[in-house]
Design a binder for this molecule. Structure first.
Ligand SMILES: Nc1ncnc2c1ncn2[C@@H]1O[C@H](COP(=O)(O)OP(=O)(O)OP(=O)(O)O)[C@@H](O)[C@H]1O
Length: 555
């Protein structure tokens, strides 16, 4: 095996450790001496290094691996899966990753808005990449043998455990015990709101992501029926990560210092290395989709756009969040693959360093033009170290094949010497975000019905308050950040020849073209006032390929 960057000669044994949270962790094996420089290393042929093998946490909702550990938070993959790239059966079969989605059932009696149906409700259905339709052997079909929401009771009377051949322990609930109440608003995303969930039986918390669902065709209605959905909402129960997202921390604390960036980058890259090692591309890496827990552990979230790709295939669909989107996605001509996450990683590091993504001075579509059509490189702040600058530059290579892989990046000088212990993670996060620990961090839930002003994106997006006319008007004018659309809906479409495999759909209605000056509207509370967060709010996407194609079924 060729040598691989081995300045640090300490070889870690592949060991299993159980951390305080019941997450099993495995360390990387890194024998081998290292070449002199990162470039020497890149020139060596990448070895087929053993990937860290994650294992499921006790609540079965996170995967943790590597050191520092990185978890893949249970996500809305099933509910927001790519419309034109359905999740592959391979990833389902492998069982390496599991995205458990517990959907809300109105049940026989509606519980009202502050008391969502318990995830253990007898009519709940859970979607999983492993076993979306399993039933109990005794014929009880109303319960689902999938992991409980985080913190659910697991007493013998309430659950049955079984260990599958791949080592994943599954829990089967008897579906009648717990009560999850919807609490304060944690945040808003493209498809809905995320609330704190509290289990009054156990005292446990989870995050409840309420996804709005449009079912305007028969297939959609059938889908919803099968999910036992009502009221146009799908509830996804997720592990609650109390630190919130990197995006929120940036809003609250401003740009991160380099040691924090280094520590978080190392963990993100570790997660990408795991995902990419399994040919899975996340496609929406950005601060808002990366959660930080109070122990400084990073969790990748929101796999709604993740996609397993075949060795031979690349993707053509236009997905992602514009400011973090790789040029090849924007141009949408030759397809794209795993390196799109590396580009987005570079953008996310810039976001951490400046609290804004690259090209944030441009409106959404103008930024897309900048990414796709120019040869410009985003500005890299001067105050960063030369290693950090080099790391970012390598991620932001316009030619995807020139970008290092996640596995290679783990040995980049910017992050390779990062102390990889839990103590370091805790210390760095505690020092950087003290209020995460003193109980004052979480701002009060925003009352969107009463907000009085938002700020305009044109010009100085952060400072210009403008009146809000009505919720309807506001909802019609949101900007896109996460955007699953068909290839032919790319805003670049009219400027380039249509790709053969494009669906002929009309331009996406939620994409304001340049000059339209629409108003993105994500007011966030900052120092007691609402300010615009132009990088977050998105239009509620309703796909519209002709004829109500199956891929336009939901959302
Ligand atoms: N599991 C969680 N624990 C704690 N907070 C969460 C959790 N999931 C989401 N949040 C908070 O809610 C916000 C909205 O999350 P959501 O996943 O709906 O959208 P997003 O990822 O921010 O944006 P998009 O949908 O465009 O990708 C996040 O930015 C985060 O602050």
């Amino acid at each position: 095996m060729p040598t691989w960057w081995g300045k640090k000669s300490k070889s870690k044994s592949k060991s299993k450790d159980k951390d305080a949270h019941g997450l099993l962790q495995f360390n990387f094996i890194k024998p081998k001496p290292r070449p002199k420089s990162f470039d020497d290393a890149l020139r060596s042929s990448p070895p087929d290094l053993p990937l860290p093998r994650p294992s499921l946490s006790s609540n079965d909702h996170t995967l943790a691996f590597g050191s520092p550990s990185l978890s893949l938070s249970a996500s809305s993959a099933s509910s927001t899966a790519s419309y034109d790239d359905p999740p592959s059966s391979t990833s389902r079969a492998q069982g390496d990753m599991k995205f458990a989605v517990r959907s809300k059932s109105p049940g026989p009696v509606s519980r009202g808005p502050t008391s969502p149906t318990s995830p253990l409700h007898s009519k709940l259905h859970a979607l999983s990449l492993d076993s979306p339709t399993a039933r109990h052997e005794d014929g009880r079909s109303e319960c689902h043998p999938l992991p409980l929401p985080p913190g659910s009771p697991t007493s013998p009377s309430s659950s049955l455990s079984s260990t599958r051949p791949n080592g994943i322990t599954e829990q089967t609930t008897t579906c009648n015990l717990s009560k999850w109440k919807k609490g304060k608003l944690l945040g808003r995303g493209t498809f809905g709101h995320v609330y704190l969930g509290f289990n009054s039986d156990s005292g446990h918390m989870c995050a409840i992501k309420e996804v709005r669902v449009v079912s305007d065709d028969q297939t959609s209605k059938e889908c919803l029926k099968q999910l036992n959905q009502g009221e146009g909402t799908l509830s996804v129960y997720l592990e609650y990560v109390s630190g919130g997202s990197i995006h929120k921390l940036l809003q609250e604390y401003g740009a991160f210092k380099e040691p924090v960036i280094q520590n978080y980058t190392r963990q993100i890259v570790s997660g990408l290395s795991y995902l990419h090692g399994r040919n899975t591309v996340h496609r929406d890496i950005k601060g808002a989709n990366i959660l930080v827990d109070p122990n400084g552990e990073i969790k990748l979230a929101d796999f709604g756009m993740a996609k397993h790709i075949n060795a031979s295939a690349s993707m053509l669909s236009f997905k992602g969040s514009p400011y973090w989107m790789a040029p090849e996605v924007v141009m949408n001509t030759n397809g794209y693959s795993l390196p799109v996450d590396i580009w987005s990683l570079g953008c996310t590091i810039l976001e951490m360093a400046t609290s804004k993504p690259p090209w944030s001075q441009y409106e959404g579509v103008a930024a897309i033009f900048k990414i796709g059509n120019s040869k410009d490189m985003p500005e890299i702040p001067d105050h960063l170290s030369s290693e950090a600058k080099d790391f970012i530059q390598r991620c932001l290579q316009r030619d995807p094949s020139a970008r290092p892989t996640a596995q290679q990046l783990l040995d980049h000088p910017f992050i390779r010497d990062q102390s990889a212990t839990k103590a370091t993670n805790v210390r760095i996060t505690r020092d950087a975000f003290p209020r995460m620990y003193d109980g004052t961090r979480t701002p009060p839930a925003l009352d969107y019905s009463n907000r009085t002003c938002i700020t305009s994106l044109d010009g100085d997006y952060a400072t210009k308050p403008i009146p809000v006319t009505s919720r309807a008007a506001r909802d019609n004018t949101r900007m896109i950040t996460s955007l699953p659309v068909s290839p032919s809906s790319s805003p670049m479409r009219q400027y380039m020849p249509a790709h053969k495999s494009c669906f002929l759909s009309p331009p996406h209605p939620t994409y304001p073209m340049m000059g339209q000056n629409t108003l993105p509207s994500y007011p966030v509370r900052s120092n007691g006032t609402f300010t615009l967060d132009p990088f977050h709010e998105t239009s509620f996407y309703k796909a519209h390929t002709p004829g109500g194609s199956p891929r336009t079924r939901l959302f």
